[in-house]
Design a protein around this ligand. Structure first.
Ligand SMILES: CC(C)(COP(=O)(O)OP(=O)(O)OC[C@H]1O[C@@H](n2cnc3c(N)ncnc32)[C@H](O)[C@@H]1OP(=O)(O)O)[C@@H](O)C(=O)NCCC(=O)NCCS
Length: 439
């Protein structure tokens, strides 16, 4: 690759990432990593270096780790017993869990200590803190099965964790919890992470998982789900595997308790946390309490973003050319779709004088975001906006998108169906087709 290509890629990356650095600073992110990621030397080193790096940027990190493969290896022939999908922790399993928790903890601490030393900065290190932040109770006896040392989270000492975060430490939390009577219990790292995120009112819960995250029925990754969509998926007709059900369950619990965003990411993608947090689209599944994109009326600061989307379409002849000056004058007719503070789509609604008609124009979604329902949502918003202002019919002139509008209830119309002022402006050379929809 040529040096100019590398420079361009870096500049593009920096341009895309810099707003997120500002947005994420000071926020609390709870990250759950499975033991498999810790066992993989390359991924583990990269993951911990990335975590140390984002902590250095001012993001407050709670890192919860799992130890399942480490305990499995330690048990040898003596396997975990499961009842109704939950592990039974006998004395031998517990002894292995305690031993492996210590080993994994030391490994993470040592790698975090080393994570920033190769940077061209002096005196920079990632401070790590662990402690007895989790109070647990036994899961108990169910259907005659005693789950032994398997426990459930009873309480998270959020004040103590926050105090450590305020001091600039990364807080490291094991899947063990302690009871008031001094007993130790083996917990699920996912449940611990969810409880921490909830207790801390974390801004994000990031769950690293060991396989394709949440997919549709064609095994295609679902990039975003609202809380409502995740509920529908969990309780709908589709048969989901246990892992997907578990991921959805803890994500929804966290969201229900006030965590705004849950990210489900594959641990084996190199740099997965950086890619998720500092690029607009991320690489995993985002489950959020509110729709990820918002649609609102445009203001003058949106013009640069609108132009970025429509200029290539104007140059290809798909949209009619608009000068910047014209956009400035007409900006209050525009709606914009926003994702993470960036304009990713626009549409304009122009009412026609005393008629009950309005023109829908300049409907466009940025190329990289097409095909995921953004056009539909903008059209719905434009229709609602028009209907709220007393408009009864909207029309659209199009050269290449006729079928898209027909599939959404528009019907073909003639020039004579247009308001008189629009008829006079009709460009016969462009030969646009006219479509109308009753609202
Ligand atoms: C038309 C446009 C706004 C749709 O946005 P979008 O976010 O991609 O749309 P949605 O995700 O809601 O819908 C995608 C569907 O529309 C279809 N589609 C996209 N462009 C189409 C077109 N020109 N004609 C017919 N269907 C089209 C896609 O194939 C897809 O169909 P599928 O779901 O069966 O696979 C977007 O493609 C765009 O910006 N196009 C360029 C500008 C334009 O033509 N604007 C209209 C000017 S009046």
């Amino acid at each position: 690759m040529k040096k100019t290509d590398i420079d361009n890629r870096f500049l593009q990356w920096f341009h895309e990432a810099s707003p997120y650095i500002q947005t994420h600073r000071g926020k609390i992110f709870v990250v759950r990593t499975p033991g498999e990621a810790i066992n993989n030397p390359d991924i583990c080193e990269q993951l911990l270096r990335n975590i140390a790096g984002i902590s250095h940027l001012g993001i407050r990190i709670v890192l919860v780790y799992g130890i399942r493969p480490q305990v499995d290896a330690c048990l040898g022939e003596h396997k975990y017993k499961y009842h109704k999908g939950l592990p039974v922790t006998d004395d031998h399993v517990m002894a292995c869990a305690e031993q492996q928790t210590g080993i994994v903890r030391l490994k993470i601490e040592s790698q975090l200590s080393n994570a920033l030393v190769n940077l061209p900065l002096t005196g920079v290190s990632a401070r790590v803190c662990s402690g007895n932040f989790i109070t647990a109770r036994p899961y108990g006896i169910h259907d005659g099965t005693d789950y032994g040392h398997t426990g459930v989270v009873r309480k998270v000492d959020a004040t103590a964790v926050r105090h450590q975060l305020d001091m600039g430490s990364i807080v490291l939390i094991s899947p063990l919890g302690y009871s008031a009577s001094g007993e130790t219990f083996k917990l699920s790292s996912g449940d611990v992470a969810e409880a921490c995120a909830t207790a801390l009112s974390a801004d994000k819960l990031i769950i690293l998982t060991d396989r394709v995250s949440i997919c549709d029925s064609h095994r295609k990754l679902l990039r975003q789900l609202t809380e409502h969509e995740a509920h529908k998926l969990l309780h709908g007709q589709r048969k989901l595997d246990d892992k997907t059900r578990w991921l959805l369950r803890i994500s929804l619990q966290a969201i229900d308790m006030g965590v705004h965003r849950v990210h489900i990411l594959r641990w084996d993608i190199p740099g997965v946390i950086l890619q998720e947090l500092f690029t607009r689209d991320g690489v995993g599944t985002l489950i959020s309490s509110e729709p990820y994109d918002t649609i609102r009326t445009a203001h003058i600061d949106d013009i640069a973003g609108i132009l970025q989307i429509i200029e290539p379409l104007e140059n290809s002849g798909m949209l009619v050319k608009r000068q910047r000056r014209q956009l400035e004058i007409e900006i209050n007719h525009f709606l914009v779709a926003i994702r993470d503070d960036a304009v990713i789509g626009c549409a304009a609604v122009y009412p026609y004088g005393t008629t009950d008609m309005a023109e829908l124009a300049c409907l466009a979604i940025a190329r990289t975001y097409q095909g995921s329902g953004g056009g539909n949502r903008l059209l719905d918003a434009a229709q609602r906006h028009a209907a709220n202002t007393g408009i009864k019919r909207i029309f659209v002139l199009t050269t290449q998108t006729a079928h898209w509008f027909k599939e959404r209830g528009f019907t073909a119309a003639k020039i004579d169906d247009l308001p008189i002022t629009k008829r006079k402006l009709y460009n016969y050379q462009r030969k646009s087709r006219i479509f109308v929809k009753e609202l």
